[in-house]
Design a protein around this ligand. Sequence first.
Ligand code: RBF
Ligand code: MG
Length: 394
Amino acid sequence: MSCVILDLDGTLLNTDGMFSEVLKTFLVKYGKEWDGREKHKIVGKTPLEEAAIIVEDYGLPCAKHEFVNEVYSMFSDHLCKVKALPGANRLIKHLSCHGVPMALASNSHRATIESKISYQHGWKESFSVIVGSDEVRTGKPSPDIFLEAAKRLNMEPSSSLVIEDSVYVIGSYSLEFLFALLLKDKDSYVRIGVVAGKAAGMEVVAVPSLPKQTHRYIAADEVINSLLDLRPEKWGLPPFQDWIEGTLPSEPWYIGGPVVKGLGRGSKVLGIPTEGYSDVLSEHPSGVYFGWAGLSTRGVYKMVMSIGWNPYFDNAEKTIEPWLLHEFDEDFYDEELHLVIVGYIRPEANFPSLETLIAKIHEDRKVAERALDLPLYSKYRDDPYLKITSSKGQ
Ligand code: RBF
Ligand code: MG
């Protein structure tokens, strides 16, 4: 591959949450309540298509374009708060440092794309080409946007790598897709970007923005869990050089609470109640991470943890399961536990047996134990957040 064409919303920017925020506020004005289910239907749509869906579903007494205008002006007030998705800045910096030509190809309008990226440091300069849905005849799932992007980059579609969060179920305009269109089954033809990329004759890496949907992405050439898992060398592009002994350093992040028993599957693995942490949980991709753990009455320990749905058990809830790498004489449930997470190891995976899952978890333990001795990570052992003097209310 000699260039990379990136989708924006849900791939580089965490705009999904913002859209729900704006819609909530908007619908209140019409006495309606946003139930979040619509989010499913609007992933990857053009603004007018989104509007049509919302106006129809909620029976709003306004025209589509009125809706678009009003919502989008509320939108622009929120744009400065939009966050880059994990790994987005790293990827953009990496590709631009290595002179890999990059394009943004989005179903948003060009002006919206430009204002969205204007708040992200260094992005505008990194993309030599930007294509919005108002610059081509039809938006995704038509391949037009991607083809136009390749053309403006002076690249062949066959040497263009697309990175997309939205997809359609099977393959380029499969029977199922055509049926869905015929039946106007909105639910099933929303995830469309991957189809567009394949229809354009490009290689497509899918980064699903909706959890537990991997099976829908079989049209993609590869499905990764987050941008952290992208391996550019698989596509003939320069590899990332920031992995250190099997770990990817991150800005430290913090989480804490009283220890509760895990999900009843063995006492070694602890759980942290996840109520009240939905922000932290949604901000960080599922996967295996590591760092330091402070227990109020005992001290600071090395820690490796998983975040996510545990594919092997297929949990319904996203959970955090830290494993303190120390032999304790007794249980410490209800004690206050504070974690500083300093790096990433791998995505969650499924395993053919419990033994292979456990073997992998022990491998993670070794990776974490070794890495935490490196100065880069060991310095966080002294983070004040880990020295808990008293737990709240006591
Ligand atoms: N569960 C999975 O289904 N897939 C995984 O890849 C996975 N990795 C884990 C890594 C670590 C370091 C830890 C602590 C847990 C992991 N789990 C994973 C969660 C595991 O299924 C859960 O802790 C069970 O309760 C273990 O018996
Ligand atoms: Mg998208």
